[in-house]
Design a protein around this ligand. Sequence first.
Ligand SMILES: Cc1cc2nc3c(=O)[nH]c(=O)nc-3n(C[C@H](O)[C@H](O)[C@H](O)COP(=O)(O)O)c2cc1C
Length: 198
Amino acid sequence: MFYKTNEPHGLPHNPFKALVAPRPIGWISSKSASGALNLAPYSFFNAVCDTPPIVMFSSSGYKDSVANIEATGEFVCNLATQHLQDAMNTSSKMVDSDVSEFDLAGLDTATCEIVRVPRVEAAKAALECKALSIQRLVDLAGEETNSWVVFGQVVGVHIDDDVLVDGLIDMSRLKLLSRLGYMDYAVIDEVFAMPRPQ
Ligand SMILES: Cc1cc2nc3c(=O)[nH]c(=O)nc-3n(C[C@H](O)[C@H](O)[C@H](O)COP(=O)(O)O)c2cc1C
């Protein structure tokens, strides 16, 4: 089949997010200007380069995470893993900006080394980030969309020693959770290596 994205696709659900998958889940912690804590999962999330390490996430609507990062310039990408899947899901609930999703999901905070935003203590990995830019996306017609992209430089990395084996991250221990399409998720727990051609 083929469909143009400005015409109906004729399928029961939009297939786009099921095709660009799996997507890692950046579980973004941030703090408002008045100090209210915030935590929310974003699967339009990825690393965009490694020198220096830069990540991005995109918000469909100007959500609390974007507003907080615009106000403070700091955030943390906690990596969502299988053992925290229910807490991650609970933290996606739309609540008032003065409600901490850490409390809602029963999660303890841990102090970060560089940024003034806390991380999820139970997360097996977390990236401390400083905001580089926040951009409202513009479409082909030059119209502003309802999507904002946040770019941040990673300034510190936390890794639970339990997932390090001989100095390498063992994916079968980390069990990263990733988002597919529809209501579906996948866990990365099987890995194979493929050397590059010479
Ligand atoms: C697994 C998962 C992935 C999500 N990814 C996104 C995303 O990429 N962009 C987005 O705008 N919302 C996403 N959401 C919804 C937000 O988490 C939700 O709107 C949340 O309330 C936003 O919180 P905030 O206003 O505190 O930032 C996702 C939800 C879940 C459960």
